[in-house]
Design a protein around this ligand. Sequence first.
Ligand code: FAD
Length: 465
Amino acid sequence: MDRKVAAQLTTSLKKTHHLLSSSMSGWLYAGFVDGHFNCGTWALPSAETEPVAPALGIDETPLDLIAEIEAISDPQTQLDRLSQLSQTPYRTLVEDSFRDRSQLRATYEAEAERKVLRVLILGAGPIGLALASALKVANAEAVSVVVVETRCLQPGIKAPYTRHWVTNIPKASVRELVEPRLNAIFENVGNEIYIGVPIDLLETLLLASCKDLGVLFYCDPNPNLSAFQGVDLVFDATGGRLQSLDFPDDVKVPKIPGNTHALPESYGVGYDQFAVNAKAMTPKINIKVIEAQGQKLPLLNNQPLCIPMMKLSEIPMIAFDKLMAYTRNNNYDNKFYLWSGKLKSEINEALLLINLTLAEYRVLIDKLPLRQPLATAHLPSIGLDERLLTVFEIMGKVPGVVIERPFSYRPYFRDRYDATLLGLPMIPIGDSIYNGHPKVGNGMGSHLGHVKHVLDKIKNVLPSP
Ligand SMILES: Cc1cc2nc3c(=O)[nH]c(=O)nc-3n(C[C@H](O)[C@H](O)[C@H](O)COP(=O)(O)OP(=O)(O)OC[C@H]3O[C@@H](n4cnc5c(N)ncnc54)[C@H](O)[C@@H]3O)c2cc1C
C-alpha cells in the first residue's frame, strides 16, 4: 500500500477518544454501586499471569474444528465437544504457520506478495483474532494478516485458551466480523440476542476460522518481528501488555475540583436481577482524573479507583435461584453481583462476582494461584466475611463450580499511544486502549464495536472484493 495512504489510515485509526465515554461508564458504576469496596490504592499484590500448563503431547489427528462443531445440532453437545477440542493441543489447531523458522521471511513474503494491504497484529486474544477474521472476511484476496502470540507451549505451538468465562456479546456486534459458519454456531448456542459463548471457546472458534481464512499465526515467546518488515499497519492487541501501564504507588491528588456526579434517578433500574441493592448505592461521587504518560487514571473521591474482586464461574443454572435468594438478602453493601450468562436457557451458566475488602483480597491471593474447582479448593476460614464463607459452602456442594483467582477492577484509558514497531506507529485496540468493567458490559462488547469501526475505515481504502 502507498506509504502516504497507510500513514493517513494509521493516524485516523489511532484516534480513540470517542471510546472514553464507554470506558467511563465502568468508572461511574464502580463509584455509584461498588464504592464501598474501593480500596484506595493501585498498589495491590497482583496474581502472576496464569502459568502455561506443560505440553502433554500434541494430538496429531487432523482436526477440522469448525466443520465438526457446525455438524452438531444439539447445543449442549456442540458446546461440550467444543470445550473438549479446545483443551486438547491438536497440531492442526495450535501449530503456527512458520514451522521452519529459517524460512520465516520467505514464508511470509510468499503470502504477502501481491496483497494490497499487509497487516501485523500482536496478540491472539479475542480482539486481535476478531480483527484478523474481519479483515479476511472483508477481502481475503487483498489483505495479508499475521497474528503474533507469545503465550505458547513451546515455540511454534500456541497454548490452549483457558478463560472459561461467559460473555456479554450481542450477535449483531460480531455478524460482519466472522464467517457465516461461526454465526450459525452462535445462533445455535446463544440466546435470542447474544452469542453467549465463553471467552476461551470464542477464541478457539476464531483461531480455527482465521486459519481457514488464511491468517498466518506466529507463536513464539520471543518473536523475531523483523521478518515482517514492509507491513503497512501494526496493531497492538496485547491487552495492554506490550507497553505497560503505569499505576503510581504514591498518588498526588490534583487540586482541581473534578466532576461531581449525582446518581441519576433511573440508575440501577433493573439491577435487582443481578442481586444489586439499589438502596446501597452512593448518591453523589466525585471523579478526578490523573493524566500520566498518555494514560488517564480515575480517582474516586480523591482516592485511586481500584476494586478488588473475585468470581465463581461455571455455575449451573440449577443452583441459580438459591444463590440469587441468598445474595439478594445479604447484599447491604453490594458485595455480590450475580449474572446469568447469555447462552440458550437449557445450556446456560452463571457467574458470581464478589467484591472483596483489601484484607480479604490479601488473604485469598496467595491461596489461589490457579482457577480450580470450588469443591476441592483449600480456602482460608479466617479473615473472610461470613457471607463469603457461606457462599463457598453452598456453592462448594454444586458440581462444576469454579473459583477464579482474585483480580481487581483498576480502570485505565490510554489517551495517547506512542509505541512504534518496524518503523511504524502502532495502533492500540481492545484492552490495549482501556479495560471494561465486567458488570457493565463495556469490555469485549464495546471493543468489538471498535473493531467494526476499524474495519469500515480499512475497507474504504481496499478495492471491492
Ligand atoms: C480478571 C478479569 C476478568 C474478566 N472477566 C470477564 C468475564 O467474566 N466476561 C467477559 O466477557 N470479560 C471479562 N473480562 C474482560 C475480557 O477478558 C477482556 O475484555 C478481553 O480479554 C480483552 O481482549 P483483548 O484481546 O483486548 O486482550 P486479551 O484478552 O488480554 O488478549 C491479549 C493477547 O495478547 C497476548 N500477548 C500479550 N503480550 C504479547 C506480546 N508482547 N506479543 C504478542 N502477544 C502478546 C496474550 O497472550 C493474549 O493472548 C475480564 C477481564 C479481566 C482482566
